[in-house]
Design a protein around this ligand. Structure first.
Ligand code: NAD
Length: 290
């Protein structure tokens, strides 16, 4: 298949490399990232999109996605699919899909979970929104770049699934970290805390698979000086997207709102920028109630 790939950063580059490895012809564009092996670079986003059956975007935010879509849609052939794998706001995903539809193109929003490790290994999970026809066309590409793709409904529903999942993740990570800090102060050893909670009703992915306490549970960024992993900055981005969506939909999300506030403080006023999102634990360790 002839594929355009726009946005070849930490995630996009290994995803594009996996498509090349599987035998697809990939033309890429990125104003600053280096060219992944086997990808032919175009001089513009429109150049990477022209004549392609599928154009994949992996970009930082909805504003950039909207600008790139405005540039590439006039260059794309009728019936081609715009497959956005970035994490963006639901409104931008729906607006871009509507523009694609009006221009005779198909659109799928398919944000991912699995991080750079999953992108490199080809084991991402895709959460997709779009028509059955559009999903069917890009499904073979999901099978190369990932291990699971869930069709969540019409356009925007992939982004909705992503931000709901990550809102739960942010909240449970904070809860896990503050519980460890409380256990420390109560004289409860961390390995005993893990042993109990990981097999009791307080368990979660944050505790069981990505434990924020170094040396406890399976290997995680806590064992590597809190080097990401999944950066606190990206968690803050996703929590803000969840609150933006909650505002638009008039949904009451008090825990999500508080998690967004805490990650904003951690990243913007404390030392959390560039650290893994589980580094909330050393943050709580240092604090008292005052
Ligand atoms: P990144 O910053 O490494 O890559 C983004 C790339 O987009 C950069 O190389 C940048 O030069 C390029 N870009 C910016 N403007 C552009 C334009 N107008 N045209 C073409 N390219 C442009 O970010 P990333 O970590 O690869 O993340 C990409 C997306 O994936 C984000 O939406 C992020 O939230 C999401 N995501 C990231 C992770 C992760 O662990 N890194 C996990 C899940 C989802």
């Amino acid at each position: 298949m002839k594929i355009g790939f726009i946005g070849l950063g930490n995630m996009g580059a290994p995803m594009a490399a996996n498509l090349v490895q599987a035998g697809h012809e990939v033309t890429g564009f990125d104003p600053s990232a280096p060219c992944p092996e086997g990808v032919t670079m175009a001089e513009s986003a429109a150049g990477a999109a022209r004549g392609r059956e599928v154009v994949i975007t992996m970009l930082p935010n909805g504003q950039i996605l909207r600008a790139v879509a405005a540039e590439i849609l006039p260059a794309m052939a009728g019936g081609a699919v715009l497959l956005d794998c970035s994490t963006v706001d639901v409104d931008s995903a729906r607006a871009v899909a509507a523009e694609a539809g009006a221009a005779g193109m198909l659109a799928v929003d398919a944000p991912v979970s699995g991080g750079v490790g999953g992108a490199t290994a080809g084991t991402l999970t895709f959460m997709a929104g779009g028509s059955d026809e559009a999903f069917a066309k890009v499904r073979p590409l999901f099978d190369i770049m990932g291990q699971k793709a869930v069709h969540c409904g019409p356009s925007g529903n992939g982004q909705a699934a992503k931000i709901c999942n990550n809102m739960i993740l942010g909240v449970t990570m904070i809860a896990t970290c503050e519980a460890f800090a409380l256990a420390d102060k109560l004289g409860l050893a961390r390995d005993k805390m893990f042993d109990v909670v990981s097999t009791s009703s307080g368990y979660s992915w944050s505790m069981n698979s990505y434990c924020p306490a170094p040396g406890i549970g399976p290997a995680s960024p806590a064992d590597n000086g809190y080097k990401p992993g999944f950066a606190a900055n990206l968690m803050l981005k996703d929590l803000r997207l969840s609150q933006q969506a909650a505002e638009t939909a008039d949904a009451d999300t008090p825990m999500g709102a508080r998690a967004a506030e805490l990650y904003a403080t951690f990243v913007e006023q404390e030392d959390g920028s560039g650290l893994d999102f589980s580094a909330m634990l050393p943050r709580f360790e240092k604090r008292g109630r005052g």
